[in-house]
Design a protein around this ligand. Structure first.
Ligand SMILES: [Zn+2]
Length: 79
């Protein structure tokens, strides 16, 4: 069986490997990082809050955190 060369790319509307979460210990939502901001901010309107956010690896949190349902984050094509 022939093994074709790995194709790079094709990571776009997927859950990015890095997600954003509120620094609060009570936070349980993961947001998509805002690509237009230099700061660590969620892509959805939640970014307007004064809270501090931090980027985390999605894989480490997907089990016990919920994905933000806003279309700007994961509300759209998330399966
Ligand atoms: Zn969000």
């Amino acid at each position: 069986m022939a093994v074709s060369k790995a194709v790079t790319g094709e990571v776009e509307q997927d859950v990015s490997e890095t997600v954003v979460r509120n620094r609060s210990r009570y936070a349980d939502l993961l947001h998509r990082p805002d690509p237009d901001s230099d700061d660590t901010r969620p892509a959805c309107p939640t970014r307007e809050s004064e809270k501090e956010y931090t980027t985390v690896p999605a894989a480490a949190y997907l089990g016990h955190y919920k994905l933000c349902g806003n279309p700007a984050c994961f509300g759209g094509d998330w399966r």
